[in-house]
Write a protein of this length. Structure first.
Length: 222
């Protein structure tokens, strides 16, 4: 059973335990906790000595703002890999621009776009600002890897990639017979891809809503 907050996961576990017994109750957890456990289980020990750490929202804000603020210095030294359009250069040190860039990075990962595919898309539609964002995404991901940290969008993206590996998919298929999603309508594209990977091979994926929610049960199991 997958849901979106720790509070909801605890409530689901308690309700299922009361109804069918703790020993028989399905596992209930958040999407991010599930993804972290999956990524952690397959973490390359040669690359990461310490466990991967998740960035909080404020920490990610600081990381993006510091990288953007350092762009002019890198340009002066001839070391810049990101070429922001001239009309955006004055915005690099502003919080509003950092928020916009962070949103683009997160949305790109939700859609499964890497730096290369984002750059190709930006070329096709003639968006030099998005091409710069693609180069910035590559730099940002390199920094995360060097620091051994992940943001939440990257965590789900990597979990999706893992879930599609044949050897990992086989283990997941043996571990879960059905996947239930509380408040399915709140899923983003990356979470939907994860669910499709988990529910492959004939397993059941059942969208559902809690009795206390305003939404109604949507769709039949697929």
């Amino acid at each position: 059973m997958l849901t979106f907050s720790r509070k909801a996961a605890v409530e689901l576990r308690d309700r299922m335990a009361l109804r069918i017994g703790a020993a028989r109750a399905p596992r209930a957890t958040t999407f991010h906790s599930f993804c972290y456990a999956l990524v952690r289980a397959h973490q390359d020990s040669d690359l990461f000595v310490e466990p991967l750490r998740l960035l909080s929202g404020p920490e990610q804000d600081v990381a993006v703002r510091e990288l953007l603020a350092g762009q002019p210095d890198l340009e002066r030294l001839g070391l810049a890999h990101v070429r922001w359009p001239d009309e955006l250069r004055a915005c690099l040190t502003t919080r509003g621009f950092a928020d916009e860039v962070r949103a683009v990075l997160a949305r790109s990962r939700e859609l499964g776009l890497g730096p290369g595919s984002l750059d190709a898309f930006a070329r096709r539609i003639g968006r030099p600002d998005w091409r710069a964002a693609a180069a910035f995404l590559a730099e940002y991901l390199d920094v995360l890897d060097l620091q051994g940290v992940l943001d939440y969008a990257e965590l789900v993206h990597r979990a999706v990639l893992l879930a599609h590996r044949p050897e990992v998919a086989e283990k997941l298929a043996a571990q879960y017979d059905a996947v239930f999603v509380d408040e399915y309508q709140d899923t983003d594209p990356a979470q939907v891809r994860l669910l499709h990977a988990l529910a492959g091979g004939g397993r059941t994926l059942s969208p559902s809503a809690t009795p206390t929610s305003r939404s109604t049960r949507s769709g039949a199991p697929t």
